[in-house]
Design a protein around this ligand. Structure first.
Ligand code: AKG
Ligand code: FE2
Length: 205
């Protein structure tokens, strides 16, 4: 395996690679993601309790993460019934560079945040194997990313994730609570209409 790059900062065991993708790589990835969204449109999920999430989402890969009245889970197809598109190579390349994992990601979740969207503190624990990391890529407007503990509550630390930044939840940080407090409107020109895309890669089975 290639040696892993050195993180810019480590926040609560979470390595953050600032500006991991240059502007050209970001633009190319956005094009690839637009093709995914064209085939598997963004939808607004609702939680088990019937509350709409503020992010819109879709997925690529063998499995996509969904939530509805039946709860959180991975599904082999988009809610419309179409297969999830393949994970773009531009996204796979980031996994290869930073995951340190011999396994292949089976799911690529694409979250779109408009200026009012946020994501409450949660753990990523719908996967069967917590030994495999979660790799996260930020594109577009900057977002305040908060990292907490292995239980809900307690002290937290935050970092702004800017367009092109990559971070990894693995080992001691794999099950840390984390969330997005807010997005800073007009902080990036990458997406024509503004907003933020977060892409997360996961091994699911
Ligand atoms: O948007 C982000 O940076 C984090 C997304 C996240 O935590 C998730 O999709 O599970
Ligand atoms: Fe998460």
């Amino acid at each position: 395996m290639n040696s892993l790059p050195t993180p810019t900062v480590i926040l609560r065991d979470v390595p953050v690679f600032k500006a991991f993708l240059n502007t050209e790589m970001q633009a190319a990835m956005v094009q690839d993601l637009r093709a995914v969204v064209a085939a598997a449109p963004l939808f607004r999920p609702v939680t088990m309790r019937g509350k709409e999430m503020s992010v819109r989402m879709t997925s690529a890969g063998k499995f996509g993460w969904v939530t509805d009245r039946k709860g959180y889970r991975y599904e082999p197809r988009h809610p419309s019934g179409v297969d999830w598109p393949a994970i773009p190579q531009s996204v796979m390349n980031v996994w290869d560079a930073v995951s340190g994992s011999a396994r292949r990601p089976e799911s690529c979740l694409i979250n779109f945040y408009d200026e009012d969207a946020k994501m409450g503190m949660h753990q990523d624990r719908d996967e069967a194997d917590f030994d495999a990391p979660v790799v996260s890529i930020s594109l577009g407007d900057s977002a305040l990313f908060r990292v907490g503990n292995h239980e809900r509550g307690g002290k937290t630390e935050s970092v702004w994730l800017d367009s092109g930044d990559v971070c990894v939840l693995s080992g001691p940080s794999r099950l840390r609570f984390h969330g997005i407090d807010r997005v800073k409107p007009n902080s990036s020109t990458l997406l024509g209409k503004g907003g933020r895309i977060n892409v997360t890669l996961r091994v699911v089975t």
